[in-house]
Design a protein. Structure first.
Length: 271
């Protein structure tokens, strides 16, 4: 019989990504399930989709750790009339618990944005948007986004390729001249276009993110801040693979893996 409960794993996850770091609008923590139930099989994923739900059910998963919360917004009813409702019902019926840290994991000391910086060799990183100065998070240098200095100046095109290689992305887009020299770079995973102004204020030459709107791209061009756009999926999925590995090392008695069926829904068509 499993000796580790859902609640014990929740506590371990909260150590990796303290939930106090989540944005006020977010929905984080244990979202579905009984804290007292034992766990033997755990799966991580970026987003809960019908394919992920099917995999969780087929593989007898006890706990599904998703980056993007489900449910995200309050539900007035839980029925199979919606895709979200149908997925939640299947998970509940199969007794699969759901946990999400989302923006808390984005901002954690070993969170997604810090992983970006570490894997690209960016030194002396700081929070792009720091918390209130009086909080412990400010002392610990936590907050939203990250920025720091490159080991040596790097061309924007080279930064884009390096960022793609780090996460295994199949494509990457950029905004700005290919040879623009990048000395200080910011990171904001997912839909990080809203961090552009903060990156400019911190003196960053480029912002690495998942996606940004067309108008944000125009603004970046005008501000002469290069953008590296990996796509939402690629900018965050690698961290859920890292999380599965970290949990496997500290909870060796459990079977833990990143979803094998999850994929980027956006496909590139060669013209």
């Amino acid at each position: 019989m499993p000796k580790i409960s859902v609640d014990q794993i929740c506590q371990r996850l909260a150590e990796i990504a303290p939930l106090r770091l989540a944005e006020s609008w977010d929905n984080v923590g244990l979202l579905v399930g009984d804290r007292k139930l034992g766990v033997s099989r755990v799966m991580t994923c970026l987003t809960i989709t019908p394919a992920v739900v099917q995999e969780a059910v087929d593989e007898d998963v006890d706990l599904l750790i998703a980056h993007h919360p489900l449910p995200f917004k309050p539900l007035s009813r839980l029925t199979s009339d919606t895709i979200a409702g149908s997925m939640l019902l299947r998970l509940v019926e199969a007794r699969v618990a759901v946990y999400s840290a989302h923006t808390a994991f984005d901002s954690a000391a070993s969170g997604i944005n810090q992983l970006w910086a570490d894997q690209l060799g960016v030194a002396k990183t700081q929070a792009l948007i720091p918390p209130e100065p009086s909080t412990q998070d400010a002392v610990d240098n936590l907050g939203s986004g990250r920025f720091g200095k490159c080991e040596q100046p790097i061309a924007l095109d080279e930064l884009a390729v390096s960022a793609a290689n780090v996460v295994g992305a199949t494509h990457v887009r950029r905004v700005g001249p290919a040879d623009q020299q990048i000395r200080q770079v910011a990171f904001a995973c997912g839909s990080g276009g809203s961090f552009l102004a903060a990156a400019k204020r911190k003196g960053c030459d480029a912002l690495v993110t998942g996606e940004a709107t067309f108008h944000t791209c125009l603004e970046a061009e005008a501000l002469q801040v290069g953008l590296v756009l990996l796509g939402h999926y690629w900018s965050e999925r690698f961290a859920m693979e890292w999380l599965a590995q970290q949990l496997s090392e500290s909870l060796a008695e459990l079977t833990i893996w990143p979803s094998r069926l999850e994929s980027d829904p956006i496909q590139i068509v060669a013209c």
